[in-house]
Write a protein that binds this ligand. Structure first.
Ligand SMILES: [Fe+2]
Ligand SMILES: [Fe+2]
Length: 302
């Protein structure tokens, strides 16, 4: 199915899901979650001192990646507007979503600044580089875009939530849980629009799911030292192959989209489904092997 027909087909469902989102999303205030009394002025050129806030290196990496991902918002807005357009309900959704994501960047940045949890000069330089470069995923069709954002919002929810659990600071944990709860609402919006798309064009959607599951990467790939940070956060279990398999692929693709039960697929889509299911099993095997390898290593140092 062509993008325009698919978009027209899912738009009434998106309008309902937007209403559901607006009715479910809770208002909250970043400034009420930040422990301001722990803050103090920075001197110009002041070096980062990791002893100011005790937290594992993996948590610092996770916080840096999580915040930089939120900071790249102008480019996601551009992509989403380009793919879904600015007409109702998509324009309303995209602008509302942008406002919510902006709140995530505000609360995480304020928290990190007040608690001196990461190197804020490194953060600012990385933000300048990232936003100036503007590298963000660009799925090749509407179907691919729907699948990508569904996976991405859920991956972000998992990463935020697990990052919060690594912090030995109830303020930090509460902030990351709050942000993760928003990401979940974003995820279910896209997941349910995609369910509607699967009904309209099961063969086209299965092909897109195969492509996106195989190529899925968190949107931070344009961040300096992304691979190093990603390895650290994987080793701490913040986001890894096991998260991808157990908390994303199985619940979304098998339980929710019920991929193995789809009827009336064209021959090419049947083959895509077989490859997809084989790929998911390979991710599972990789996750099991990685877990076994990590279990033999000493715990990461603080
Ligand atoms: Fe966010
Ligand atoms: Fe989100």
């Amino acid at each position: 199915m062509k993008d325009a027909a698919l978009l027209a087909g899912v738009t009434p469902v998106a309008a309902e899901l937007l209403e559901r989102h607006l009715g479910t999303a809770k208002e909250w205030f970043p400034h009420e979650m930040v422990p301001w009394s722990r803050g103090r002025d920075f001197a110009e050129g002041e070096d980062f001192d990791p002893n100011e806030a005790k937290l594992p290196d993996a948590a610092r990496s996770a916080l840096l990646l999580n915040l930089l991902t939120e900071d790249n918002l102008p480019h996601y807005f551009r992509r989403i507007a380009g793919r879904f357009g600015d007409d109702d309900p998509w324009g309303v959704w995209n602008k509302r979503w942008t406002a919510e994501e902006g709140r995530h960047a505000i609360v995480i940045r304020d928290y990190l600044t007040v608690t001196r949890s990461i190197d804020l000069r490194e953060l600012e330089r990385a933000r300048m580089f990232q936003v100036s470069t503007g590298i963000v995923p660009n799925p090749p069709s509407l179907a691919d875009g729907l699948v990508y954002v569904t996976l991405q919002e859920l991956a972000t929810r998992i990463a935020h939530r697990n990052t919060g659990e690594l912090l030995e600071d109830p303020h930090g944990t509460a902030i990351m849980r709050r942000v993760a709860a928003d990401e979940n609402l974003h995820h279910i919006f896209y997941r349910d629009v995609t369910s509607a798309a699967l009904e309209l064009d099961p063969s086209g959607m299965v092909a897109a799911i195969e492509r996106q599951v195989k190529s899925f990467e968190m949107p931070g790939a344009g961040i300096p030292n992304f691979k190093k940070h990603a390895r650290l956060i994987a080793s701490a279990g913040v986001y890894d192959f096991a998260s991808y398999h157990d908390q994303i692929l199985v619940p979304v693709i098998y339980k929710h989209w019920r991929i193995e039960h789809l009827q009336n697929l064209k021959a090419a889509a049947e083959q895509a489904r077989d490859r997809l299911m084989q790929h998911i099993e390979r991710v599972n095997q990789l996750a099991v092997r990685m877990k076994a390898r990590l279990a033999t290593r000493p715990a990461p140092a603080h």
